[in-house]
Write a protein that binds this ligand. Structure first.
Ligand code: 9MR
Length: 737
């Protein structure tokens, strides 16, 4: 990393660290060892080991013969309890370890008692005796901390030794400096030949700089001067913009040079977007629950079916409610796992499915894209076969006739308690539970099932009729139970997906039911909704909790006869104008600028969904400025950003590859794969809720609040709703190409 940029980031972090440290500062004077007898002097006490795995002292180290055939890392472990931890205090965790080559130790600092939270973990791959040292900041006060070395999960027996175990408190916090490479930032994948082409240069210089565009052979093919932009709020960097849009010849291996730095290489052409459109949709097959993933279809990703009632799974075939919630069980096999966890949530499944079906309704060509799924070749477009996998699950979450709350949808189904990483879906031993019904989930189901009824009617009229019936039943049930809200407190074992404002879900469901049936009563509900004429295009256009824009976009863009349609269409164009103005004001060209520079969880999907509104305005007006705004927005996701990386695995010279997932957990277990190409990371999140991000990024400025580590579930997870946004936008770009 260039010195200038490094010093900037360090100073940002240091200023923030000093602020947060304030009161704890005196502790820095004393570095205090928290582990007893970490050198194993004459005894292994007070360390413990799990049953059947006695420790022996060998050359002053503690060694174990690890049994084969265990499932989880924690099934075999050495550790020490009663280790005190102080929240906000920084610790250095270090040890020497060796093991049979290729085996992994999960070294953790956590809670010794239930619920066994992990505060810090690392999973180095072992070999000869090596010293390991890490720094982290404790997030919790406890006298019942634990230092442990988890060595289970191996099919074969192996040998492990550890020595010099140390946890020292009062050490200076680590200053994390991301490696951001060259200061010229580009879309590392491709610009369209006929599209806009802009890059950003990070520089201290405030006057215009000369730049040149080189082709793959190093020949200069265009030159110009950059436009100074001052300090960009979303990164805290002084930047300039390079516009090379007048160069329109296709090719690969281009670079831009300015201020003595050369960008990462990129293409000019559309082919990458054809591939991305397919890859971002192929993502869903390997998220499937209830079916074995065929390695022939996804080499390297084959795995046993998850949650099909085969031990150790407790299965989704016969799932009871949480205690006291209902007296029946449901067969809720199938669907997609939500994200890196094994939960399945109706509101997020619904918005994801809506976006894929919307992609089908809006893109002329996506129906021809092959996804290499088991259903390929069945005469239904693959995108619809994939979406139907989730639709079947969503429909199965509806309360059966004759039961209390019949027609409502259960909010979610997931594990009783959170599980650790890595964990293949088929290996999850937790009991599964249905959570209470909610108005939001019910309306979400109504909206998507109504949309499905019109989308599938030419391919499978019986399924379409079933979906419409379910949608009508759900809508009526929601009207009868308009305020059953999923609470924020219901977040153990799965995400809460809490939502206490369902005005938007009512509007969206009424809109989809009207678009499919043309019936007057639904039109009346749409027109009566306070949201119908409200400005609903905020910092983010729509997501799982805010769905009004999904309804508005469809009313504006799916043919219908609603009274007052010109105003509906105009409102989408007005929304797009907002995002256009935001994008113009941002030196990185990102159409997202939340209040107080607080970037939200899953920001990459928000950026992309705002582009769905811009694309809608392009469809409505044919004005190139809206199309160009989408293309420029894509540049941010694919590398033209403060961290100089693409957020899509396998796309761009440097891309996210360690997204938080229990089964794409290559970072923790080398025998598991990385997420497949075309997986979108959640991205920068100012609130950095997870301890790993907190230990590295405290004090970060918006775009810098991201780290490509599997432990950072708040900045680097993968999720079905986020990939839906990527898929929608990449299909739009592919269609432009
Ligand atoms: O994407 C969700 C985000 O908008 C919320 O702020 C966050 C906290 O409630 O939860 C996110 O969703 C996660 C879900 O709760 C559990 N599965 C993984 C999801 C992505 O991180």
């Amino acid at each position: 990393m260039p010195l200038w940029e490094r010093s900037r980031i360090v100073s940002v972090l240091t200023a923030a660290s000093l602020l947060t440290l304030g009161a704890a500062a005196p502790a820095l004077a004393d570095e205090v060892e928290q582990v007893k007898n970490g050198g194993f002097d004459g005894t292994t006490d007070p360390f413990w080991s799990t049953a059947g795995m006695p420790m022996t002292l060998t050359d002053g180290q503690a060694c174990v013969d690890v049994p084969g055939g265990t499932t989880n890392r924690w099934d075999a472990a050495i550790g020490q309890n009663d280790v005190p931890l102080v929240a906000g205090q920084s610790y250095r965790f270090s040890f020497d370890a060796s093991g049979d080559a290729g085996h992994v130790v999960r070294a953790i600092v956590g809670l010794a008692v239930s619920p066994y939270d992990t505060y810090f973990e690392q999973s180095p791959i072992l070999g000869g005796l090596t010293h390991y040292s890490y720094t982290f900041t404790a997030s919790t006060d406890t006298a019942q901390g634990q230092v442990a070395f988890q060595v289970g999960g191996s099919a074969d027996p192996w040998h492990f030794c550890v020595d010099n175990v140390s946890l020292v408190g009062g050490v200076p916090p680590e200053v994390y400096v991301p490696d951001t490479g060259p200061r010229v930032r580009v879309n590392q994948v491709a610009y369209l030949p006929s599209g806009p082409k802009t890059a950003t240069v990070v520089t201290e210089t405030t006057t215009a700089l000369p730049w040149q565009l080189n082709d793959a052979k190093g020949k200069v093919v265009a030159r110009g001067t950059s436009a100074p932009r001052g300090v960009d709020v979303s990164s805290g960097q002084n930047v300039q913009t390079i516009d090379f849009g007048r160069y329109t010849r296709a090719g690969s291996g281009f670079t831009i040079t300015a201020d003595g730095e050369t960008s990462r290489p990129f293409d000019i052409g559309g082919a990458a977007y054809q591939k991305l459109r397919a890859d971002s949709l192929k993502f869903y097959y390997t998220q499937r629950s209830g079916i074995a993933i065929d390695d022939a279809l996804r080499p390297g990703y084959g795995r046993a079916a998850g949650h099909v009632d085969v031990a150790p799974n407790q299965g989704d075939g016969n799932v009871p409610c949480q205690a006291g919630v209902c007296d029946y069980t449901l067969d809720v096999r199938g669907g997609w796992y939500d994200a890196g966890d094994h939960g399945k949530y109706v509101v997020n499944g619904g918005i994801s499915t809506w976006e894929l079906l919307n992609e089908y309704e809006r893109s002329a060509s996506v129906r021809k894209v092959s996804l290499s799924i088991p259903e390929s070749g069945n005469r239904t477009p693959d995108i619809l076969d994939e979406a139907r996998w989730e639709l079947n699950f969503l429909l199965s979450m509806q309360v059966p006739a004759g039961k209390p709350y019949a027609g409502m949808a259960h909010h979610k189904i997931h594990d009783q308690n959170w599980t650790g990483l890595p964990l293949l879906p088929s290996q999850d031993p937790q009991p599964r539970e249905l959570h209470p019904v909610s108005t939001a989930a019910t309306l979400n189901l109504a909206a998507v099932a109504a949309q499905a009824a019109r989308v599938y009617c030419t391919y499978d009229p019986a399924f379409a009729a079933r979906a419409l019936k379910a949608a009508r039943t759900a809508y009526a049930a929601a009207k009868a139970n308009p305020a059953l809200y999923a609470p924020e407190s219901d977040g153990n074992g799965g995400g809460a997906y809490n939502d206490s404002n369902v005005t938007d879900e009512f509007y969206w469901a009424a809109a989809e039911l009207y678009l499919t049936t043309g019936e007057k009563s639904f039109a009346t509900d749409v027109l009566a909704s306070p949201l119908h004429t409200a400005d609903i295009f905020g910092a983010g256009a729509f997501d799982w909790a805010a769905t009004a824009a999904a309804g508005r976009l469809d009313l504006a863009l799916i043919p219908n006869h609603l009274p007052g349609l010109p105003a509906v269409k105009a409102s989408v164009v007005q929304g797009a104008e907002k995002y256009l103005a935001v994008q113009k004001a941002q030196a990185y060209g990102v159409p997202y600028a939340p209040a107080n520079n607080m970037w939200d969880w899953g920001s990459n999907s928000i950026v992309l969904n705002n582009m769905v509104v811009l694309a809608g305005a392009y469809s409505l007006t044919g004005k190139a400025k809206y199309r160009d705004a989408v293309l420029t927005g894509v540049d941010y996701v694919l590398g033209r950003n403060a961290l100089n990386q693409s957020y899509v695995t396998g796309y761009g010279e440097v891309s996210s590859q360690n997204e938080h997932s229990r089964w794409y957990a290559h970072e923790l277990d080398p025998s598991l794969p990385h997420p497949p190409a075309g997986t979108l990371s959640g991205g920068a999140n100012s609130s950095i809720q997870d301890p790993y991000a907190q230990s590295k990024l405290t004090g970060c400025v918006a775009q810098f609040c991201y780290i490509d580590d599997i432990q950072s579930w708040s900045t680097n997870e993968e999720a079905i709703n986020w990939n839906a946004a990527l898929s929608w936008v990449s299909a739009f770009v592919a269609d432009q190409a």
